[in-house]
Design a protein around this ligand. Structure first.
Ligand SMILES: [Zn+2]
Length: 71
């Protein structure tokens, strides 16, 4: 099966780095101040991204708090 996953850049006050468009995979950017560092980081991120397996949301166990039964 092939999932059309892709890396997407995310940057906000809580997280900065790449994440997967299909699952919760993510790699946060450490200090990447120089172009060389950015390229190296992107390559590592790309490799990690290629290796990871997407975990479809539908396969995640649903944790639902059992609410008190009401009769
Ligand atoms: Zn993924």
């Amino acid at each position: 099966m092939s999932i059309n996953k892709r890396m997407a850049w995310i940057e906000d006050e809580h997280f900065k780095g790449w994440h997967c468009s299909e699952c919760s995979w993510a790699i946060s950017a450490i200090r990447v101040d120089t172009t060389v560092a950015v390229l190296a980081f992107n390559r590592i991120a790309q490799e990690g991204f290629e290796k990871h397996r997407c975990a479809p949301a539908s396969e995640k166990p649903k944790v639902q708090a059992q609410s008190a039964s009401t009769y």
